[in-house]
Write a protein that binds this ligand. Structure first.
Ligand code: KE4
Length: 425
């Protein structure tokens, strides 16, 4: 037994499923997690001394690579002043000003501690501002684990959502409606069935939780038009795309304005940080200024703010990071598509910028129904082959491949070569 296996076996006694977040358990790939000891640049090292090229990057925060020296030094320096005060600090204002200067249409921002909290709060703000209750989301998009987001589409005629998790009351799900990603007609239908009741549409501008599915041309701008026509707010959930697709995230990359934007991951550089942000008139609804309550003991934590401020400042001052990570993404997708064409591998490679996905289906993937045609058993075999050869991808077909400024062309070539070995074995 490896040490990872021993520790994971013990973990089962104390932590549900042995992990503090389900995807880490490696259940969908039929294996057990490698316990990670440390990470540096594009590399992670497990407690058995195994080295991996990391293509997860903690699910998005590590756009500069793990353990960036400037980020680490900022955290150590801030920690020396104390870990948390529960009081207003100057650095929170610096981070807020910086993000408002970097992201289009963001006039005000509130820090929270996770992407889930950011989305939950943005939805409450949208409901408070519009005085409407219903929310439209998309099948296959993930927005954290708040009750209103753990919802799936009701049966055909029913438009109300039904719980997608035990413990979510039907009443909490009823106001969440589910549309089809890249299908504006499905959104239009929900708006017409719920006239003047929809507070907001929430969307991952690039879907990255069903694998990676790009918005079809006109999809995001179509959502903007439908929201304007129906008096609803448009919420871009940029927990993954924010500060990754471009400095200004998907709003900049696609040129579509959102009313509210949620952030996580990159803005904390790996520390627990989330945020929701957007129009001043909407954000002014938030307590203590307005009537929408939202709070958090560790929101704007000074050590986490030091990490985020450092990483975001580096990104703002070195736009070459985006040229690098987006070009690495283009190269990875081109090389994997070439390998698939030459080997007949039954895969479809998708992605945009530094986000990619290898779907184990030969068919195009435009939405969640398409994504679910993937052969997850074959994916699991591929995943374990890559892992055993030292390449750490997300342990699920329905996740993303995250590249960073620390990855090299040689890393990508080695990964594609190893993938080729799998498909020609
Ligand atoms: P957190 O609460 O996990 O910080 O963020 C929730 C969230 C919200 N919105 C989007 C678009 C997200 O991708 C996420 C979280 N992403 C997953 C990765 N697919 C986090 C990994 C995990 O659950 O352990």
């Amino acid at each position: 037994m490896t040490r990872s296996e021993q520790v994971f076996a013990e973990a089962q006694n104390y932590i549900p499923g042995g992990v503090n977040s389900p995807v880490r358990a490696f259940q969908s790939v039929g294996s057990t997690p490698r316990m990670i000891a440390r990470a540096d640049g594009a590399r992670m090292f497990d407690i058995d001394g195994r080295e991996y090229v990391d293509f997860v990057g903690s699910w998005g925060p590590m756009i500069l690579g793990h353990n960036h020296p400037a980020v680490r030094e900022a955290v150590v320096k801030a920690a020396a002043n104390g870990l948390s005060f529960g009081a207003a600090t100057e650095i929170e204002v610096e981070v807020a000003k910086l993000i408002c200067s970097m992201v289009p249409n963001v006039e005000m921002i509130r820090m929270v501690n996770s992407g889930t909290e950011a989305v939950m709060s943005a939805i409450r703000a949208a409901r408070g501002f519009t005085k409407r209750n219903r929310i439209i989301k998309f099948a296959g998009c993930y927005h954290g684990h708040s009750d209103a987001m753990l919802v799936k589409a009701g049966s055909g005629v029913m438009t109300s959502g039904i719980p997608d998790s035990a413990g979510v009351p039907a009443a909490c799900a009823a106001d969440t409606l589910t549309a089809v990603y890249n299908d504006l007609a499905s959104v239009e239908e929900l708006f017409s069935q719920n006239k003047d009741e929809v507070a907001a549409v929430i969307v991952e501008p690039v879907a990255a939780n069903m694998g990676v599915v790009e918005p079809a041309p006109g999809f995001l701008s179509g959502l903007r038009e439908l929201c304007d026509k129906n008096g609803a707010l448009l919420i871009f959930d940029e927990v993954i795309t924010g500060f990754r697709l471009a400095l200004g995230g998907a709003q900049e990359y696609y040129g579509v304005r959102a009313d509210l934007v949620t952030f996580g991951k990159i803005i904390g550089a790996g520390m627990p940080v989330g945020a929701y942000a957007g129009r001043r008139d909407v954000m002014s609804m938030i307590s203590p200024k307005g009537s929408v309550y939202q709070a958090g003991t560790l929101s704007g934590n000074p050590v986490a703010m030091a990490a985020g401020l450092t990483q975001l400042t580096i990104l703002k001052e070195t736009p070459a990071v985006y040229e690098k990570v987006n070009s690495l993404g283009d190269t990875f997708r081109a090389e994997m598509r070439k390998m698939a064409a030459e080997t007949g591998a039954p895969v479809t490679v998708t992605g945009v910028g530094s986000l990619s996905c290898v779907f184990f289906t030969p068919n195009p993937v435009k939405n969640y129904t398409d994504a679910k045609t993937s052969d997850t058993a074959l994916f699991a075999k591929y995943f374990l082959h890559m892992l055993d050869k030292g390449f750490y991808f997300a342990p699920s077909q329905f996740e993303a491949i995250f590249l960073s400024a620390a990855h090299t062309k040689e890393d990508l070539d080695a990964a594609v070569k190893t993938a080729r070995e799998f498909f020609t074995a």
